[in-house]
Design a protein around this ligand. Structure first.
Ligand SMILES: N[C@@H](CCC(=O)N[C@@H](CS)C(=O)NCC(=O)O)C(=O)O
Length: 348
């Protein structure tokens, strides 16, 4: 029987963005059905065209004329879901707070994911774990010979792509130190309140938890570090998977004149690591350079230029420019001294 009530997505257990969106759909009580699989194989069976590029997760959503289309990229999909179903929103009502949430979502999607990809494939034990389990997530009864083949093939391909995110022997200690500081900042913040921006979750919470489902729940090295440094993050990661029973109210968002001091710890990590990377990447993309180098946290960081992250910087600035003068002043107050101000100086 055709089921048009449930939104369909295709994704994987080991994909942080799939888990971000599953957690969000559950919290938002949006009826959905997930197919665990590869979009390249599933989408043609639905008679639809593949999105470009194909990413996990891929959503099947109705266009304005009612036709279904396969689409990717969790950030704009979250906004489409808000328009389709406005209750239990993950976007703060106050525009200044909504901007901070947007920044946290971007940090989760684009920087916390560096921890995830680095630990998954850089330490041998983690690469072995992922090589063994990822193929079984697609087919648990995979025949042993095929399993053996994929177990070797997947890590080989992914390890060869570590350079794409800037993970190498020189950056490994910096990524590790950033992950540890991030966990410590989370530990302090979760002591003060249950979500990034109050007593209800925003898009930024879901972006972070998507990555944490992997760091805490799948890969052995970052899991051990999380248990050591932040039991609250470990507990939060489990709780965030299903917030369908939470009853959020409009006054559950923080007010910008009484933000918990602990949020600064997280924003300072954004400013220390993600901001210089975004700025250097954007300059390189604009100059047409294939790679970029920057001093980040006292070490030389080299990686491939990434046009998508140049867009991230542009979008952050567009969101900021769209704020009214008073809202912008409140954002400036929250970001002052965190290093995040540099994003908004127009040096883009
Ligand atoms: N910005 C995208 C990122 C999605 C993404 O990068 N997904 C990864 C896996 S978690 C992917 O499909 N990568 C392509 C590949 O590994 O070939 C989003 O928010 O959905």
């Amino acid at each position: 029987m055709k089921d048009s009530r449930n939104i369909q997505l295709i994704g994987a257990v080991g994909s942080p963005y799939t888990r971000k969106m599953l957690s969000l759909l559950r919290y938002r009580r949006i009826p959905h059905k997930i197919t665990w699989g590869q979009p390249e194989l599933v989408i043609p069976t639905l008679g639809l065209e593949l999105p470009k590029p194909v990413l996990l997760p891929t959503f099947i959503l109705p266009e304005a004329n009612g036709d279904l289309k396969a689409v990717t990229d969790s950030t704009p999909i979250i906004r489409r879901l808000e328009a389709m179903s406005p209750d239990r929103s993950v976007l703060p009502i106050d525009p200044a707070l909504a901007f901070i949430d947007y920044l946290l979502e971007d940090f989760g999607d684009e920087w916390v994911t560096k921890y995830m990809f680095h630990y998954r494939w850089h330490p041998q034990a983690d690469a072995d774990n992922a090589g063994t389990l990822l193929p079984l997530h697609f087919r648990v009864n995979l025949p042993p010979e095929q399993h053996e083949q994929m177990k070797n093939m997947i890590p080989e391909r992914q390890i060869s792509r570590l350079y794409v995110v800037g993970s190498n022997d020189a950056t490994a200690p910096i990524i590790d130190a950033s992950y540890r500081r991030y966990l410590q900042a989370m530990e302090a913040h979760l002591k003060a309140q249950p979500y990034m921006l109050g007593n209800r979750p925003g898009a930024g919470d879901f972006a972070m938890v998507g990555q944490l489902t992997q760091l805490v729940g799948f890969d052995p090295t970052p899991r051990a570090i999380a248990h050591e440094l932040s039991p609250r993050t470990v507990a939060w990661t489990s709780l965030m998977e299903d917030l369908s029973g939470l009853e959020p109210g409009a006054d559950d968002w923080n007010s910008t004149n009484e933000m918990p001091a602990t949020l600064r710890g997280i924003l300072t990590e954004v400013g220390r690591m993600y901001v210089p990377a975004l700025l250097a990447n954007s300059r390189a993309v604009q100059a047409g350079e294939k790679t970029w180098e920057a001093e980040i946290d006292g070490a030389l960081w080299t990686q491939q230029s990434f046009p998508y992250q140049a867009k991230c910087l542009k979008w952050i600035n567009e969101q900021y420019q769209a704020l009214g003068t008073e809202d912008r002043a409140r954002v400036d107050g929250i970001l002052a001294g965190t290093g995040c101000e540099a994003l908004l100086l127009g040096n883009v």
